[in-house]
Design a binder for this molecule. Structure first.
Ligand code: ATP
Ligand code: MG
Length: 284
């Protein structure tokens, strides 16, 4: 296998159902080394679910995901842990451990996956926090910093092991335009300078067009459009144009239909009216 030409991520005929509802519908695409693949699409269309399948935390209903050439969908936890050493993941929620300090959160992958000395861990943590503009915040708890800062701590943690491959789910949501530019510049430096591959889910079109080498737009679990930023910008597809220009009216539905929710026959719907009565009672 030639590492220069083999895809770093290869998704083939991937499907995932929750109950009888299909969230990922027969997706296939490849991501090559050094690329920044931006994945976009309306809220609830399955972007985070797709990432969870690529990193092996969810198992598909059908299809295959190869990461660094190895099938991840059939790996056991130990095998997945080995692969996890080679990639970083920034979760949409940040997913920091509340009981640990900022510094301890960033140190976590270093302690889990390396035999670095305490001094080396400390040095790396300091350096990673510096790259995301958070020097001096090391000893605070996640609850003591802002949402945007938590996002950046999540990014510092995802970058702790200098990954070959970085997955970021909404890395710039909640960041101001300057900090967004800083995070985008960091992504560009790591991909163009160090040959890292990045897979970035984002709604931020400025950021998307700044960092992407390729883009995929998802809708209803399938690929609506894919191509270079220029191809997406000039796409004749009205759904793509509506999305990238943020227009309220167009072919993309505002509301997901009821079919877009998994049906739970055992959950009884509670009438809102009765809730209203109960609350009204309490209003003096
Ligand atoms: N564990 C689960 N069980 C049932 N349904 C799920 C589960 N995880 C995700 N879904 C459903 O899959 C759909 C896609 O969710 P997902 O979080 O992937 O959306 P998204 O594209 O990341 O949205 P957003 O842009 O708002 O983050 C949603 O309708 C959600 O209800
Ligand atoms: Mg999401």
């Amino acid at each position: 296998m030639n590492p220069e030409t083999e895809p770093v991520v290869e998704v083939a005929d991937l499907s995932r159902k929750f109950g009888d509802r299909t969230v990922i519908d027969n997706l296939s695409f490849k991501i090559h080394r050094g690329e920044t693949m931006v994945i976009m699409g309306g809220s609830g269309c399955g972007k985070s679910t797709l990432l969870r399948h690529i990193i092996g935390v969810m198992k598909p209903t059908a299809g295959s995901v190869k990461i660094f050439g190895d099938e991840i969908t059939t790996m056991n936890d130990r095998e997945i842990a080995d692969v996890r050493r080679r990639f970083g993941m920034l979760f949409q929620s940040g997913a920091l451990l509340a009981s640990l300090t900022v510094g301890e959160n960033v140190a976590l992958p270093l302690l889990q996956h390396t035999d670095m000395s305490e001094d080396e861990v400390q040095e790396t943590v300091t350096q990673k926090l510096q790259t995301v503009g958070l020097s001096g915040f090391e000893n605070l708890k996640p609850a003591e910093i802002s949402g945007g800062m938590r996002k950046r701590v999540g990014l510092a943690r995802a970058l702790a092991l200098d990954p070959e491959l970085l997955f970021s789910d909404e890395p710039t949501s909640g960041l101001d335009p300057i900090m967004t530019a800083v995070v985008d510049k960091l992504t560009l430096e790591l991909t163009q300078g160090s040959g890292m591959t990045a897979v970035v889910v984002t709604h931020d079109m400025t950021s998307a067009f700044r960092i992407a080498t390729r883009m995929i737009m998802l809708g209803r679990g399938t690929i609506i459009a894919q191509g270079t930023p220029d191809e997406i910008r000039t796409s004749p597809n009205p759904e793509v144009q509506q999305f990238i220009n943020g227009e309220p009216d167009g072919p993309m539905p505002l509301n997901l239909s009821q079919d877009d929710h998994e049906h739970h026959p055992h959950v009884k719907a509670r009438p809102l009216v009765s809730a209203q009565h109960r609350f009204r009672h309490k209003i003096p």
